[in-house]
Design a protein around this ligand. Sequence first.
Ligand code: WTA
Length: 655
Amino acid sequence: MTEPTENPAIEVYGLEDRSFPPSEEFRASALVRGSELHDEAARDHEGFWARQAADLLSWRRQWDTVLEWDLPYARWFVGGQLNASENCLDRHVEAGRGDKVAFHWEGEPGDTRTITYRELHAEVCRFANVLRDLGVAKGDRVAIYMPMIPELPVAMLACARVGAAHSVVFGGFSAESLRGRIVDAQAKVLITADGGWRRGKAVPLKASADAALEDTPSIEHVVVVRRTGDEVAMAAGRDHWYHDVMAGASTECAAEVMEAEDLLYLLYTSGTTASPKGIMHTTGGYLTQAAFTHKYVFDLHADTDVYWCAADIGWVTGHSYIVYGPLVNGATSVMYEGSPDHPGRDRWWDIVERYKVTILYTAPTAIRTFMKWGTTEPASHDLSSLRVLGSVGEPINPEAWMWYRRHIGGDRCPVVDTWWQTETGAIMISPLPGATTTKPGSATFPLPGIAAEVVDDRGQPVERGGGYLTLTRPWPSMLRGIYGDPQRYHDTYWSRFEGRYFAGDGARVDDDGYFWLLGRVDDVMNISGHRVSTTEVESALVAHAAVAEAAVVGAKDEVTGQRIVAFVTCKGDQTPGDELGQELRAHVATKIGPTARPRTVIFTDDLPKTRSGKIMRRLLRDVADGRDLGDTTTLADASVVDEIRRRAEAAPQDD
Ligand code: WTA
């Protein structure tokens, strides 16, 4: 251990001293109430995961070896055989749970479908037969570009059933992004829809798909689900309507027997360079950890809970926590197609009330949006069914955490802030809600069976203080590589610190051993040699009564290296201006210290976000540096950038 005080990798300022132990009432029926799982995993890492694999999954053949670890390549449950769709469907039906609801699906226009495990099983079998008829076989790749409709999980599970890897491309991505991903994966079939509903408008997917398909020679067939009813072009011989090909398909379909280490899916994620990385996930280990975390992090009582993960299946959160984790566990889920403000800003709370949702899993950006909209909407609905709240995707500011707990959770529900990545496949750092005393804004501790350490620049462990988050042991759902690029896999994750997986995130460990995520390390600023995390300045800003949302970046500065520029959106009733700007600068200086005082505060009505809701700091940095803006195609709303740029040019610079 090194002393964290001399030259810490990242300077940190504790802002938070509230803590929330699990209530007695919650603990009384919680799956985990103490340290039993952590203790078991600490005693026998491999034995612990082997027990989970055996308890949570059905295997066609038992594995011979739990783990083969040849850094940086892990193989879990080697020799074991299973099929993912059988684990999600067949065994529940066989066990007499066929009439249990798998999905309460709701379309944005208000149409609904209730789908039982038996019905989902039948539909998946039929579509798996369709895929086989189209020539899809074990080892192939299938691209999926769809809205949030039930046919999306059906398509994924049908791929898994025939042993083809799916590559889901988020429906908000452009034709060009889709094309690049299809080509990289050499996908044979594309499954899409005419369109999907978003904010009352039909988003045309088939038209984008057609543009992508002009240059994707590997694609032999396209299956199109009719969703919006808009007219689309259908290429004869290549394109098939889903309802046509499904019409004659049998509901009997033998599942392909897969090796634990066979590829289950590819999911592309952006890195520091332009070309996205095809993250590879395999079958046995991935399903084990997805199911384990879904069960214990959310304290799932599958017989009674109504679980809702409000992410899009196009992101890893949807893969692991709408599709694989919940279905392996036999849970009942809500799935919603559209936006949270259609037709009103209470759409989510209406859904929670009507389906009596008990577990809600969403992202800080959504929570901060709701904060901005105010408490009237959630207060006008009965949210008393909720018992666990989850957060994922970004560091959650303590203020947002507290708002979530109070206004959505009625001060009654534990909040679990879950840290993980596309690459980790499943949750890694998180409270267990019946056992862990939470602190607002902290993901608390690595889960049982997960080994995380914060290290300094030289890779030395930092027991208390700030640094870089690394993982020191293989975990079952870890990525198995980057598709077609082993060198990049090695360079991106395993080269910075010897023998450690480097997640790219900054973190600090507080005096009680709690982990606090500080954002990507490229979101760490250096002000006169002091490294300051953007997250902590943002948290201070959001803690001010006038602020709804804040994004902080370091702009180049000749004297101090970097200077802090804050982009701030105010709550509805506030008047942004010089006076408030000065007040916010002073507020941060008081909360954190003068080093962290923003040099510039730029007020804006909205912040530029990626389609998954992450604030585009790279873009804000470019604005702050006065450079030309780069590619803005992944912006949720490109007009925001122009507005921000205009304001940045007009904002006063202070020191
Ligand atoms: C960030 C999403 C703080 C982090 C599952 C990570 C978080 C990246 C949290 C992965 C959290 C995710 N607290 N930061 N609870 N969860 N992140 O691949 O920077 O879309 O590296 O996976 O999101 O994003 P990805």
